[in-house]
Ligand binder design. Structure first.
Ligand SMILES: *Cc1c(COP(=O)(O)O)cnc(C)c1O
Length: 493
């Protein structure tokens, strides 16, 4: 299986090369030249397997240079007892037609673990395949969840180092504590004076500094990123859609071949796109419902075909979805048109004019698979309270956005297709918002709220989160944005 860029169909590279490079040289994203198919017989077999084996079966056809045994080995290592539940990605039903797909049983209690427990393994295996002798240093600018998930994924992985920059004034208490207490000899965490954009621009500057790259090469290192444009992050996410479908079949709620819907809380469009690729592989899905918070650029896009990032940016209580440029949408546009020139043109429009219009024909294709809606911060709190009161099931703010959008979608359409709400974070990761949704004002440091939420709901916090208060803080430095390169330099040594 070869890969090429969404912006030029010409240069074809292997899966390993695509994963090592992350971004294509022309600025496009790597896509596979074709999408492998799963037959009804394949699905029948998959239903009998556990999560690791399902993931290996789904991923292997995309990874031509790797043998099925190698892929199975990667899956066994990525999805083992680093997860706090044997099913890895369990499906919880709350009624006859609604279930939540819990993707937050990994080490950082958010769904990014599903990809970031796999990416470091895929990346180091790819480096070996390509006989790359240099070490890889991962740089991450994070507004919260990605940084910690990347740290957990790369900590202790031989031949890698990881440095995470977070905005001093822009992450929650729990998120900051999760990062600054990170263990491992190959990790470094550093605050940046300013907001997420300052941290992000700083990292981008380092990536585009050729002299700095050359100096690092001389010392045996190259820089890479762990963000969601890397194919190695998207690929592992396809597996949980397939696995969830098998679980719904096994529950007896649907017969094999019957369709389900997925409702997905969306930011960068990575999660929901992985589901759409699963559908292209043959997974019986009727609709994907794309759920946004007040940063509803995707809702407008799916309704009108016009993408317009020139709008007010809102800080919401679902911060991991506070995004105005959904990078993975570029892959969908390429898949729907097969036209790299058009795709490149739209992306140019996004950069130069802040938006683009895909026109009637492409819009019709998008609407054939996607519905959309958005939900405010207040609406998310009300939904947390409703689901808790009616079903005794606790959800976080991101999942609540999807849950509320699903309710509105059902009211508007009458669609009774069994639907999985993709649940992307443990409610304990966003204690303060969840507590206020349940009518208990917060007002204490984040990690102290964990006990309070446990007491009120008689549910159990993930062990890694409850232990946070006792862990030693390892990283305390804070730098100005212009000093970030020096910090990387000092870390590499
Ligand atoms: C990253 C994240 C999302 C958004 O996922 P995308 O793949 O960017 O659409 C939603 N919820 C949580 C908790 C996240 O961490």
């Amino acid at each position: 299986m070869k890969y090429f860029s969404t912006r030029s169909g010409s240069e074809r590279v292997s899966a390993a090369e695509a994963i090592i490079r992350g971004l294509a040289p022309d600025g496009g994203l790597y896509v596979p030249e074709s999408i492998p198919c799963l037959s009804p017989d394949d699905f029948a077999e998959l239903c009998e397997l556990d999560y690791r084996e399902r993931a290996a079966r789904v991923m292997a056809p995309f990874l031509g240079e790797f043998t099925p045994e190698e892929v199975r080995g990667l899956c066994e290592a990525a999805y083992g007892d680093n997860f706090d539940c044997a099913e890895i990605a369990p499906v919880r039903f709350i009624d006859e037609t609604t279930a939540y797909l819990e993707l937050w049983h990994g080490p950082t209690s958010a769904f990014k673990d599903m990809a970031l427990q796999m990416l470091p393994r895929l990346l180091t295996a790819s480096l070996k395949k390509r006989a790359v002798e240099k070490g890889v240093c991962i740089l991450v600018a994070t507004s919260g969840d990605t940084g910690k998930a990347a740290l957990e994924g790369f900590a202790g992985v031989p031949g890698t180092r990881i440095m995470v920059f977070y905005p001093r004034d822009g992450v929650s208490d729990v998120q900051r504590l999760q990062m600054v207490t990170q263990e491992g000899d190959n990790v470094c965490v550093c605050a940046v004076e300013g907001n997420f954009d300052d941290a992000q621009s700083g990292v981008k500057r380092i990536f585009s500094d050729a002299a700095f790259a050359e100096e690092l090469r001389r010392r045996g290192w190259f820089l890479s990123s762990a963000n969601s444009i890397n194919w190695g992050r998207l690929l592992p996410q396809i597996a949980y859609y397939v696995s969830a479908y098998c679980d719904v079949v096994n529950s007896g709620l649907i017969i094999p071949g019957e369709s389900v819907n997925f409702c997905v809380p969306t930011g960068n469009f990575g999660n929901i796109l992985a589901g759409w690729i699963a559908k292209r592989m043959g997974l019986p899905v009727d609709r994907f419902i794309c759920a946004s918070n007040e940063n509803n650029v995707l809702t407008d896009f799916i309704n009108t075909g016009v993408y317009n990032r020139r709008r007010e940016f809102h800080l919401t209580n679902s911060p991991s979805m506070d995004i105005l440029v959904s990078s993975n949408l570029e892959r969908l546009l390429y898949f729907l048109t097969g036209d790299p020139e058009k795709t490149a043109g739209w992306m140019r429009g996004l950069g130069e004019e802040g938006g683009y219009d895909v026109g009637e024909e492409v819009l019709a294709k998008i609407q054939a698979d996607f519905s959309s809606g958005f939900c405010t911060s207040e609406g998310a709190l009300a939904e947390i309270a409703r689901v808790w009161a009616e079903h005794g099931y606790l959800i976080d703010t991101h999942t609540a956005v999807a849950s509320a959008v699903l309710s509105a979608y059902r009211c508007a359409t009458g669609d009774e297709t069994p639907t999985l709400v993709v649940s992307t974070a443990s409610p304990y990761k966003f204690c303060s918002a969840v507590l206020s949704a349940l009518g208990t004002p917060a007002g204490a440091p984040g990690h102290e709220l964990i006990g309070r939420l446990e007491g009120i709901t008689r549910t159990k916090a993930p062990a890694k989160l409850s232990g946070l208060g006792e862990k030693p803080v390892r990283f305390t430095s804070c730098v100005a944005p212009e000093d970030m390169a020096a910090a990387v330099d000092g870390f590499i040594g």
